[in-house]
Design a protein around this ligand. Structure first.
Ligand code: ADP
Ligand code: MG
Length: 409
């Protein structure tokens, strides 16, 4: 069933001047600094820029944009290091108009701030995950959020796979209470369209690239992609669970012991289309002094694989440059450290080249998208998804609760 969009709300008069658009955005961005007592800063603003079209559209109408988001994992308690205040400051710079910050997420104080907001005004509420009711999707917290809006706008693509109070509960409460509509924002609309192109008759050769931390996060999508992609290139820490399944030595690399059986089964089912790294960057550890060098084949004891090696980067790059469709999720190595980011950078360059040659390319994942954005590849890929788990869940063909909950058209 097609879902209502922000444009639908505007064209049918459901959102007009002075009204409150309670908008779930995904401002879960990486922060830097803060440890030395200084205020943390936004390390990558891809997700903030991605929210601009929706917020601009709301404010142009003269409606109030009431923004809510989670940030990190504060575990249901207030944690000053995970306040959204520095995010509000950065978003204000990007939006080019005042963004008020409210230290409370719900309640009288939040209601008063919203009341005082003029039409076209913007307020960001404090981290929804400071409240235990957010992840529990408690009725009380969902209703407290719902009290802040006349309409609900779901635009947090990175969080649509989670049924929390701010993504699902509040939208449901508003519709149930008195038929206040819930619609998708422009980012969610754009993401669904872009990712949809990957599953609806993708042009071949279709090359999928999966990396990142864990096989367990990506088992479902590996199985699904093996059914549609011509090649599946594996990198990142999950390579080592596969290598262990092949009976090869992985030294001190990260392995999910309880997934070795799954990896074995996938290798047997997949056959030739599944490629594993043939060389690695091996390091004695992750600290600054740790020595590192390329190694071929198995990893010696005392060494951990931290990136795909140069020969693998070359081979993966070639497969990607020949592709007509590319789907990529998860970095090829410990991308946070420049020394171990070479494989990810090489794959990004190959994806950019393929895009240049006319391929349709999508990359995503929280850590991957932030890394690609910081490396300057954001505009060189057909679509850089702001979603991690949400992108995977979509590719697996599973429903997204934050979309399902929205009003039908
Ligand atoms: P995404 O957020 O893009 O979906 P994941 O969260 O699955 O990606 O994985 C990203 C994390 O995986 C990064 O923190 C990165 O350091 C880590 N990682 C990638 N390769 C390795 C490796 N070989 N060893 C240890 N950690 C790795
Ligand atoms: Mg991640």
């Amino acid at each position: 069933m097609p879902k209502r969009t922000l444009d639908d709300l505007l064209s049918n008069g459901a959102l007009t001047e002075g009204q409150r658009a309670l908008t779930r955005v995904d401002f879960n961005v990486p922060l830097e600094g803060g440890a030395d007592g200084s205020e943390p800063r936004v390390a990558d603003d891809l997700r903030l820029r991605a929210a601009l079209p929706t917020v601009e559209r709301i404010t142009q109408t003269g409606a109030k944009a009431i923004l809510m988001s989670h940030l990190g994992r504060p575990g249901g308690e207030r944690d000053a290091s995970l306040s959204l205040r520095p995010v509000a400051e950065r978003f204000e710079e990007l939006l080019g108009r005042p963004v008020h910050f409210c230290e409370e997420t719900v309640g009288e104080k939040a209601e008063a701030v919203i009341e005082q907001l003029t039409g076209g005004g913007v307020v960001l509420l404090e981290n929804t995950r400071f409240a235990p009711g957010e992840k529990a999707n408690s009725d009380a917290f969902a209703e407290a959020l719902a009290a802040l809006g006349d309409v609900f706008v779901g635009d947090a693509f990175g969080a649509v796979h989670r049924a929390h109070a701010s993504t699902v509960g509040a939208a449901r409460a508003m519709q149930l209470d008195d038929g206040r509509p819930a619609a998708m924002g422009r980012l969610v609309e754009r993401e669904l369209k872009a990712l949809g192109r990957l599953v609806e008759e993708p042009a071949s050769p279709f090359v999928a690239v999966l990396g990142g931390a864990k096989v367990s996060d990506k088992l479902g999508v590996i199985e699904r992609l093996l059914g549609v992609a011509d090649r599946l290139l594996i990198g990142g820490a999950m390579s080592y669970t596969f290598m262990r399944a092949q009976g090869r030595n992985v030294g001190d690399s990260l392995v999910e012991d309880d997934r070795v059986g799954d990896a074995e089964r996938l290798l047997a089912d997949a056959g030739d289309p599944l490629l594993l790294p043939e060389d690695h960057v091996a390091a004695s550890g992750l600290d600054d002094e740790a020595e590192h060098q390329p190694v071929e084949g198995a990893l010696p004891n005392g060494q951990m694989g931290v990136d795909i090696g140069p020969a693998t980067a070359e081979r993966y790059g070639e497969a990607i440059r020949r592709a007509q469709t590319v789907a990529w999720n998860g970095p090829m190595g410990v991308v946070e450290q420049e020394r171990f980011a070479g494989g990810t950078r090489a794959v990004a360059q190959a994806v950019a080249d393929a895009t240049d040659d006319g391929a349709y390319t999508v990359a995503g994942g929280g850590d991957s998208a932030a890394a690609l954005s910081q490396m300057g590849f954001a505009d060189d890929i057909s679509h850089l998804s702001t979603g991690g788990g949400a992108m995977l869940q979509f590719l697996e063909g599973e429903a997204l609760p934050g979309v399902e909950v929205l009003s039908d058209r």
